[in-house]
Design a protein around this ligand. Structure first.
Ligand SMILES: [Zn+2]
Length: 690
């Protein structure tokens, strides 16, 4: 269908009651002015019906409407927010009030509440975030003086009991007394198990110049990590980490009811469903509702254009500046491919909307980020078709709707569970729709797949940190990238090759279905792998999670000598006897020495190719540091290749996997490697995704 490229979403133009209130989703019953085109499929899903009912109930100028999206809650709905916020563009600021309803689902009495105040990361150079990042991150540089912060103006129980004076700032991760990204609020009366507390919080946010994820750039505003957000009470304690340079987020599910007031010239993109719009002479007030999510983000820009499409009943809106129109069809096509893939792979996307924001290039620090039902994309507008950066960013960020959005693991403590699994998903989806060998680049005769790209990012720094450690304890941002994204993706590709794609698909489906709308850990993932595969795979994961060893098998040497003696066994470092083929007619005695350079051990196969065309396929457990295989054959060895089908993506050096008796193919591989390195650097320059 045609896209709507006007400044307003076509679905909110038609007033329902002629009282200034507009209702979304009425595309089946209300004719829309051109150029918005009514979809050929005329459907009325439940949520649209609900909005129509809602429209009949709303009176003009009144935004108290509540609209249910899901008939039954999909999650426990522990942390629920009603927020009213006003954007003050000239001050680059927000004025907000939130009513938080928090349920104590633990068996403990709660004496205090913990909140994230993420925006305080940009308050000054003394915050933990700024100390760790040095003001440079994701290829963005913090502009000094363009600070960001959040101030709590008033905090009280809903009955009016004031708690403002009891607020304390705490630093549970590093005792940095200058960090103000976590707030503790003692309760006047303990909250018993099963109880709920309601708080009213007034707050003021000064947005920073876009540096990482959120902020302003001219009249473009990306509003993320912006409101006082309660931590997760888990296992008898508050899990509420400070905002770190190398960490993302963790929160409980709930319902968000958010009213956003902006000057009339602004177009707003937001999480959730647009329930109603009201206007005055100077302002526009938009009312959104999002259910069974754990965050809410929005963007505003007077220059935004909107492209709308549908995937089945899911309404997709992409917000972009006009001169970036060239990327629109690429982003939309990519997310529709991803929606389709995930639906068939592990389960459908349950939300009625998906919002994409394409930030201007000058605000690229806001691009490539995920929020529930809203993602930011990003790419230079001129990116040629054969370079799949726009598709990669869109597919990656959409994948987070599953790995982070629904399967809400702790990004502070086990970042691989969302970033690593999501990168693995990205590789599979890109490979399916854009070709395994061409999913990143198919240009000027050069072809590069996403698996190869991720591998190059991993192989340059494979051994500084174990996967399982708090993200801020990694050596640096590069090591965070390797251990959260690239290495886990290589691990999952290796696991898929070890167990088979069918078993792996069943693992991913089971993991998603069992843990959606919950907080799984690495142990839960391993349990699913063991259960579905019927094998105890702890030996595999223990090397991967807790140790820093890398995997590198090499063909150390090969030799062939004409002789009459017939060798009977192969020997190894541990005097292991390895049976060899019957070779009574041998003329040449050949030896192959394989070596394990790293500490990571996986069984591997290798092929011995002889000059007469014979091929012997062998396997090696990899347990010994080196092993020697001997052959008596009527021909010399031509070459030996370890892991010929390239199943072990964790191997950091594929060049030393092959050794040729006479000529070397190292040159060819070296050139390939140089290309990969170049592409990787180019992508890292343009892509800033989380
Ligand atoms: Zn990511």
């Amino acid at each position: 269908m045609k896209k709507c490229l006007d400044a307003e979403p076509c679905s909110i133009r038609k007033p329902l009651l002629n009282k200034g209130v507009h209702v979304v989703g009425a595309r089946c019953t209300m004719p829309l002015p051109p150029p918005c085109v009514v979809p050929s499929r005329c459907i009325m899903p439940l949520q649209i019906f609900m909005f129509l009912l809602l429209g009949l109930w709303i009176s003009g100028g009144n935004l108290k409407a509540q609209s249910q999206i899901f008939q039954q809650p999909l999650s426990q709905r522990i942390a629920n927010y009603q927020i009213k916020v006003r954007l003050i563009p000239e001050q680059k600021a927000l004025q907000g009030e939130e009513i938080l309803t928090w349920h104590n689902t633990s068996p403990d009495s709660i004496h205090e509440l913990y909140f994230h105040l993420y925006m305080n990361a940009f308050r000054n150079l003394k915050s933990t975030f700024m100390k760790e990042s040095g003001g440079r991150l994701r290829h963005s540089r913090f502009e000094h003086g363009k600070w960001g912060y959040i101030e709590i103006k008033n905090l009280q129980l809903i009955d009016g009991t004031d708690l403002t004076s009891a607020i304390q700032y705490v630093s549970p991760d590093d005792n940095n007394s200058d960090d103000m990204t976590v707030m503790k609020v003692p309760l006047s009366i303990p909250l018993p198990p099963g109880g709920k507390v309601r708080l009213r919080i007034e707050f003021h946010v000064q947005l920073p110049r876009v540096f990482v994820r959120a902020g302003y750039c001219g009249d473009f505003f990306m509003v993320g990590q912006w409101f006082p957000k309660i931590g997760v009470y888990q296992n008898g304690r508050w899990n509420c980490h400070q905002y770190h340079a190398t960490s993302e987020f963790f929160a409980d599910f709930g319902v968000y009811d958010v009213t956003i007031e902006v000057p009339k010239s602004f177009v707003v993109a937001a999480s959730g469903v647009l329930v109603a719009v009201d206007s005055t002479d100077t302002t526009r007030i938009l009312h959104y509702r999002s259910e069974d999510v754990h965050d809410f983000a929005w963007a505003a820009d007077p220059l935004f254009k909107i492209a709308k499409e549908f995937y089945k009943n899911i309404e997709i809106n992409l917000y972009f500046r006009p001169w970036r129109k060239k990327l629109v069809s690429r982003y939309l096509s990519a997310v529709k491919n991803a929606l389709n893939y995930f639906e068939n792979w592990i389960g459908p996307y349950p939300y009625p909307t998906l919002t994409l924001v394409d930030p201007p290039l000058a605000a690229s620090g806001a691009g490539g980020m995920e929020y529930p039902t809203l993602i930011t994309v990003g790419s230079p507008w001129w990116m040629p078709k054969g370079f799949c950066l726009p598709e990669m960013v869109a597919i990656h960020e959409f994948g987070h709707q599953y790995w982070y959005g629904m399967v809400a693991s702790n990004e502070f403590e086990e970042a691989w569970l969302d970033e690593g699994i999501n990168t693995y998903s990205e590789i599979r989806i890109l490979g399916t729709f854009y070709g395994t060998r061409t999913s990143v680049l198919d240009l000027w005769g050069i072809q590069i797949g996403d698996d190869e790209l991720q591998w190059t990012s991993y192989m340059f720094m494979p051994q500084f940190d174990p996967i399982l450690r708090p993200t801020w304890e990694y050596l640096n941002h590069r090591s965070y990238g390797v251990n959260a994204y690239h290495k886990p993706a290589m691990m999952l590709l290796t696991l898929e090759n070890y167990l088979g794609t069918e078993a792996m698909d069943q693992i991913m489906r089971t993991y998603f279905q069992r843990w959606k709308f919950k907080h799984p850990t690495s142990k839960d993932f391993i349990q699913v792998v063991n259960e579905v595969s019927g094998q105890k795979m702890d030996w595999f994961f223990e090397q991967f999670f807790y140790e820093t060893g890398y995997l590198d098998y090499a063909v150390h040497s090969i030799s062939s000598k004409r002789q009459r003696t017939i060798a009977k066994v192969a020997t190894s470092q541990d005097s292991l006897q390895v049976p060899i083929k019957d070779s009574t007619k041998a003329v040449y005695h050949s030896e192959v020495i394989l070596k394990r350079n790293g500490e990571f051990i996986l069984p591997v196969t290798f092929e011995v190719h002889f000059t007469n065309g014979n091929v012997i396929v062998e396997s090696w457990s990899g347990r010994e540091r080196w092993v020697k295989f001997e052959y008596d054959e009527p021909a010399k060895i031509d070459y030996v290749t370890i892991d010929p089908q390239k199943k072990l993506w964790l191997d950091i050096d594929f060049v030393n996997n092959t050794l040729i008796a006479k000529k070397s193919i190292k040159g060819v591989n070296f050139i390939s490697l140089k290309w990969l390195f170049w592409i990787q650097n180019l992508l890292q320059f343009f892509a800033f995704f989380s």
